[in-house]
Design a protein around this ligand. Structure first.
Ligand SMILES: Nc1ncnc2c1ncn2[C@@H]1O[C@H](COP(=O)(O)OP(=O)(O)OP(=O)(O)O)[C@@H](O)[C@H]1O
Length: 369
């Protein structure tokens, strides 16, 4: 079984298709959940499939921890079933002719054969499937089948878990239902997880590290906070639209007013206190660019709580779009504001200018409101 500490996945992969090529030369430190994030068609699934051993045409090398899975120069190719990898597909892919118990037993049996010790009762409890055991797989709802697929993956006791957009096709309510189970996955699986998503909010809620992909290449790779400070992730997200992600620390919880004070790069933000949150906790915030307004002077008394001095960074505006995106820096953090082009020109904003960022709504990542 893999250790809980970080494993390394060294990738030097080239895969050419007619209209797409994947070129990845990167060492990933795998610790907990690492998101593979990028727009549709950027090559996330292809990368995951190459790691799993499902792309035999991939040239180059793949090395996980101390084990070489692929080295085309040496003619080495460890087939998928020998890689101790669990692959959870977008659509769960349970054995439809078996009941839930049968699906779980199948994985557990294979793990035992490989000398591993799956904990069936533990997984059934952790993923809340006690009442589903006798149900046929093809009778389950979307959310139920995802939970069974996660439990089945855990019971295969892999060294590495690969999840390809496991929330795809679920409505917001079902996604909210599954999210706590996904959050529990690292502790249940005790192995690193690569999690493909094109939704920044989902990534923010689940992952601690991120690999950002565009057009078959890796743009950035590292802890989310660090990558988010150096790269504007919002425009790459296909979830909620342009948005920002910042990491903050709870400095004070005001039990009277029900607010908590958060340190964000040296500035203070205030949010309704989240249940169970304690002083010192680190949280990730999701800020929709449409909820950020810009003022060139400090506004007078108003209902918006979070108003911070900021400096204008990059401005993205085109003649064909009504809105413009403006990057704003405060402390070491960056957020994006989406304002109309008309406002941009009336305010005469320029890179480097000192302004005030007014955040109408800031929420904890993963609330999926
Ligand atoms: N079997 C295939 N044969 C040819 N082209 C393919 C094949 N599978 C994927 N592609 C193409 O390779 C590119 C990358 O696809 P891939 O599925 O890896 O992207 P992705 O980032 O996972 O996208 P999505 O978020 O939409 O799932 C796309 O242009 C896709 O059309």
């Amino acid at each position: 079984m893999a250790s809980v500490s970080a494993d390394r996945l060294s990738l030097d992969i080239a895969l050419a298709r007619k209209t797409f090529s994947l070129n990845v030369r990167e060492t990933l430190v795998l610790d907990g959940v690492t998101a593979v994030f990028g727009p549709s068609g950027s090559g996330k699934t292809t990368l995951l499939r190459a790691i799993a051993g499902l792309e035999s045409g991939a040239e180059g090398s793949i090395c996980f921890a101390e084990t070489v899975w692929r080295d085309s120069a040496e003619g080495n190719f460890v087939p998928a079933h020998q890689r101790a990898v669990a692959y959870v597909f977008q659509d769960a892919r349970l054995f439809s002719h078996l009941d839930v118990r049968g699906n779980l037993d199948f994985a557990a049996k294979r793990a035992r054969k490989a000398g591993r010790a799956p904990n069936v009762d533990g997984a059934v409890e952790a993923f809340g499937i006690q009442g589903l055991q006798d149900r046929r797989a093809d009778s389950l709802s979307g959310g139920e089948s995802r939970r069974v697929a996660l439990a089945r993956a855990v019971l295969s006791c892999p060294d590495l878990m690969l999840l390809d957009e496991p929330l795809t096709g679920l409505d917001r309510a079902a996604r909210r239902e599954i999210l706590p189970f996904l959050k529990r996955l690292p502790e249940q699986s005790a192995c690193p997880i690569l999690y493909v998503s094109h939704d920044l909010e989902e990534v923010a809620a689940l992952a601690s590290r991120i690999v950002v992909m565009r057009e078959g290449q890796v743009l950035a790779n590292g802890p989310i906070g660090e990558v988010g400070r150096s790269l504007d992730l919002g425009p790459l997200s296909e979830g909620a639209g342009p948005a920002s992600l910042i990491e903050v620390q709870v400095t004070r919880i005001d039990t009277d007013g029900g607010l908590m004070a958060l340190d964000a790069g040296g500035e203070v933000l205030r949010l309704p206190a989240a249940p169970g949150t304690q002083e010192g906790d680190r949280l990730r915030l999701f800020i929709d660019a449409r909820d950020v307004a810009i003022a060139v002077e400090r506004p007078g008394p108003m209902s918006i709580r979070n108003i911070l001095p900021a400096q204008v960074g990059r401005i993205v505006s085109s003649d064909t779009a009504a809105d413009a995106l403006v990057d704003l820096f405060f402390g070491g953090e960056m957020i994006s504001a989406q304002i109309t082009r008309q406002a941009l020109s009336e305010l005469q904003l320029e890179t480097g200018q000192q302004v005030f960022a007014l955040m109408k709504s800031v929420r904890l990542a993963g609330d999926f409101r």
